[in-house]
Design a binder for this molecule. Sequence first.
Ligand SMILES: NC(=O)C1=CN([C@@H]2O[C@H](COP(=O)(O)OP(=O)(O)OC[C@H]3O[C@@H](n4cnc5c(N)ncnc54)[C@H](O)[C@@H]3O)[C@@H](O)[C@H]2O)C=CC1
Ligand SMILES: O=C(O)C1=N[C@H](C(=O)O)C[C@H](O)C1
Length: 272
Amino acid sequence: MADLPGIVVTGVSGRMGRMLARAVEESDRARLIGALERPGHDWIGQDLGTATGGAPLGVTVGDDPLEAFARAHAVLDFTAPEATVAFAEIAAQARLCHVIGTTGFDEAQLARIKAAARHATVIRAGNMSLGVNLLVQLTRRVAAALDADFDIEIVEAHHRHKVDAPSGTALMLGAAAAEGRGVHLSEAADRARDGMTGARARGAIGFHAVRGGDIVGEHEVLFAAEGERIALRHVATDRMIFARGALKAALWGQDQGPGEYDMVDVLGLSAA
Ligand SMILES: NC(=O)C1=CN([C@@H]2O[C@H](COP(=O)(O)OP(=O)(O)OC[C@H]3O[C@@H](n4cnc5c(N)ncnc54)[C@H](O)[C@@H]3O)[C@@H](O)[C@H]2O)C=CC1
Ligand SMILES: O=C(O)C1=N[C@H](C(=O)O)C[C@H](O)C1
C-alpha cells in the first residue's frame, strides 16, 4: 500500500474535487495522501470523510500546498486559474506530476504553467474524458476533409455555476477544427454575436455557450453547408469520467519526465 503513488487533491470540496477524491479512494493503484482547500474554508482541519458526511478517511483537509506536495507523487488540480498557476510553481519545486483540469487560463497564466513544466510533469486538458478526446480527433479529421463551404459552429452547454466561457473543451474542439483547416484559431474564432453583426464571415469558427441548471457538460461541433449538415456531439452525464481520466493521467505521468502533456498523450490517441 505504501508503495502506491501518493495523490493530493486540491479544491477537494468542489464539484470535481469530491469526485477526484472518490476516484483515488476507489482505486487500488493509488492512495489519497492529501486534500487541500483555500485558506479559510470550513473544511480545513477536518477529516475529509467526516467533512463529506461519511466515515473518517484518515486524511485531514489542509491549506498548505508546500507541506502536502512535499509528501506526494502527483497532484490532481481542478480549481481556478490563479490557484492552479500557484500550485504549478510549487509542483515544479517538488518535481511532481501536476494534472491540471482547471480551465479559463489567459496567455500569461499559460506561460507560467509552461515555465513550471521545465521541472514538473504537467498534464493539462480542458477535458479528461476519453469520449471528448476522441471527438477532438474526429473534429480535426472532418475539418481537414471539408472546405470553408462548411461553416463550423461549436455549441457547449454547462451548469449555471460555470464561470468561464467558452468552455475549455469548446476551445480544444475549436483548435482542432482550425488545425484541420490549416488556420489559426485566434484568426478564425467568432465568440460574440449580438445586434447587427452582418452575414457570417466565410471560414469563421463560431462559439456559443449555454448555461443552466445542473448540465454536466455537452459539446457539439456543427459543420453546416448548403443542403447538408454534419454534427459531432458528446454528452457527459457523470463527472466521474473526468475524475477517472485525471487519475489515469497521474499514473501515466509517473513514468514521464518533466514537460507539458495532454490527454491525447495519456490515451495514446495521436494516430487516431
Ligand atoms: N478538464 C476537465 O475534464 C474538467 C475541468 N473542469 C474545470 O475544473 C475547474 C473546477 O470546476 P468545479 O469543480 O466545477 O468548480 P468548483 O467551484 O465546484 O470547485 C473549485 C474548488 O477549488 C477551490 N479552490 C479555489 N482556490 C483554491 C486554492 N487556492 N486552494 C485550494 N482550493 C481552492 C474552491 O474552494 C472550490 O472548492 C473549472 O475550471 C472547470 O472548468 C471541470 C470538470 C471537468
Ligand atoms: O466546468 C465544468 O463543469 C466543466 N468544465 C470543462 C470545460 O470547461 O470544458 C469540462 C467539462 O465540460 C465540465
